[in-house]
Design a protein around this ligand. Sequence first.
Ligand SMILES: Nc1ncnc2c1ncn2[C@@H]1O[C@H](COP(=O)(O)OP(=O)(O)OP(=O)(O)O)[C@@H](O)[C@H]1O
Length: 150
Amino acid sequence: MMNEARSQSILVSGESGAGKTETTKLIMQYLTYVGGRAAGDDRTVEQQVLESNPLLEAFGNARTVWNDNSSRFGKFVEIQFDANGRISGAAIRTYLLERSRVVQITDPERNYHCFYQLCASGKVSYSVLAIILYDFCAYYAWVLGVHQSS
Ligand SMILES: Nc1ncnc2c1ncn2[C@@H]1O[C@H](COP(=O)(O)OP(=O)(O)OP(=O)(O)O)[C@@H](O)[C@H]1O
């Protein structure tokens, strides 16, 4: 990329359970390692890129019969580098979240991780739980609306 001064793409594909999600995380770890800044900086872009994975997985991954942590959406990760090869920015776009899973699941499959994480925390009062569940529902309703209108 630096030699040719041209953007490059990596396409990770395969059937469910093939290892796309884990491979993508390894690629992101590698790119943030080679394009990282000096230690001691504040929370850097590369840290934010890596830290986005658990959050995205909470809202978009679920257990299926093939994979305990199956990604139920597509992801386009763009990492921008400056002229020195250092990471200068990043953007993540998500596509085609499996909408039906929000309201319908078949045993032994599960809904999205975030619902179980919320219940497992055991530290929220019922009123806070209701607010958070309301926000989750609003989030998924927004996602459904976005995909329906596009
Ligand atoms: N590099 C790896 N090292 C160790 N285990 C791995 C690796 N890649 C995949 N696995 C194992 O395979 C499982 C499925 O991998 P992963 O979730 O990446 O698949 P996937 O192709 O993204 O599946 P899906 O399409 O359902 O999201 C992981 O939970 C892990 O147990």
